[in-house]
Write a protein that binds this ligand. Structure first.
Ligand SMILES: *Cc1c(COP(=O)(O)O)cnc(C)c1O
Ligand code: SF4
Length: 357
């Protein structure tokens, strides 16, 4: 089946989802009226049993409405809430030299834990061409931008023609700027790998240097299909990274996380970030304590390839950006000397002096 068919045969309606998993259709309906659901037939096929890590990521529950801690937009991504009202709706310009450009609000599957839950899948919030043009103009006028991150929703939900139109424009605008790059953030290699076709890769490879960060959360998401998708992308010369969200009862466990990171490397995907879950309304049942993430990091660093160790970050509420967190490897600092702890908690002293001091 091609990806459009797999997408078309998604479960999206309360009755169908409820019947499939023996749930209360009325409850499911109330949830998805607020936060849409889409479980495409590929991702659905990965569910082995009720409440397994795949199920929890995609099947709506009433908990989403009951839990109202947090905010709809804690990272202040929407322009109305941001300090610079002249930034177009589709752009978040948080760091000096790079922007997030949300070209789609649709996804191949709606993750229940999504930080942009407030607007993904809403047909009224789909980016329009005039809004996309405004974003182009903004990038054109802000010469300092050298890194454009196409994001969403999922940017690969656009069809090949529309996607190429955007890539072409962005590339044209920034390609003469020193050290410019384009990035794509897409969960599609994980949730609808059939979308990664040779034709798509032929398009993408015209816009190098192009990087793609994908989003796998659990080792069972790594399948022959997703492996093949990553292989096509990597063979098109696109360096692949991965961003994982730390999720309670899904991957908040050192063994699972280590397996995931090693599996990713074996399909040529380099782990980039593990995110602490954002305090987003309707997703708190997925949030862990920060200490869990630090513990997981501690069980990666030293115990497996450094390439398998991503940076653990919190995206600071209020729009502060990503802040890295580490276990306490630096034990003591005094003039001329620091005391370090290695991965096994053994102490080492480093002479902290330099010739010129
Ligand atoms: C995550 C993010 C980026 C990219 O951050 P890197 O650390 O460079 O990967 C850029 N802009 C916004 C708004 C982001 O949330
Ligand atoms: S694919 Fe990304 S944007 Fe879409 S629902 Fe999942 S987490 Fe949200």
């Amino acid at each position: 089946m091609d990806w459009k068919q797999i997408f078309k045969t998604s479960l999206t309606q309360a009755e169908v989802i409820a019947e499939r998993f023996n749930l209360d259709a009325n409850l499911i309906r109330t949830v998805i009226e607020r936060y849409p659901a889409r479980i495409n037939s590929y991702y659905l096929s990965l569910i082995k049993e009720k409440d397994d890590p795949i199920y929890r990521q995609c099947i709506p529950t009433i908990t989403e409405l009951e839990d109202d801690f947090g905010e709809d937009d804690p990272l202040l991504e929407d322009s109305a809430q941001r300090a610079h009202p002249n930034v177009p709706d589709l752009i978040t310009h948080r760091y000096p030299d790079r922007v997030l450009f949300r070209i789609s609000n649709r996804c191949a599957m709606y993750c229940r834990f999504c930080t942009r839950k407030r607007k993904v899948g809403d047909p009224l919030k789909r980016p329009t061409w005039p809004a996309i043009e405004q974003a182009f103009t903004y990038i054109e006028n802000n010469k300092i931008i050298r890194d454009v991150i196409l994001s969403g929703g999922d940017p690969l939900m656009l069809d090949d023609t529309d996607l190429e139109r955007i890539l072409h424009r962005v590339h044209k605008i920034i390609c003469n700027r020193p050290r410019s790059i384009i990035r794509i953030g897409s969960r599609i290699p994980c949730v609808l790998p059939q979308r990664i076709t040779p034709k798509l890769c032929t398009i993408l490879q015209r816009y190098h240097p192009l990087y793609l960060n994908t989003h796998f959360n659990h080792p069972t998401e790594i399948t022959p299909e997703s492996k093949h998708a990553c292989e096509l992308l990597a063979n098109a010369g696109i360096p692949l990274g991965n961003q994982t969200v730390l999720l309670k009862n899904i991957n908040d466990n050192s063994t699972v996380m280590k397996e995931l990171m090693q599996e990713l490397l074996s399909i040529r995907v380099r782990p980039y970030y593990i995110y602490q879950a954002d305090p987003v309304k309707g997703t708190n049942h997925f949030r862990t304590k920060v200490s869990r993430g630090i513990e997981i990091y501690k069980n990666l660093r030293g115990y497996t390839s450094g390439l398998a160790v991503p940076t653990f970050v919190i995206d600071a509420p209020g729009g502060g950006g990503k802040i890295p967190l580490l276990p306490e490897y630096l034990k003591e600092k005094s003039p001329g000397k620091i005391v370090l702890k290695n991965y096994e908690d053994k102490e080492f002293i480093y002479p902290d002096t330099a010739m010129d001091d």
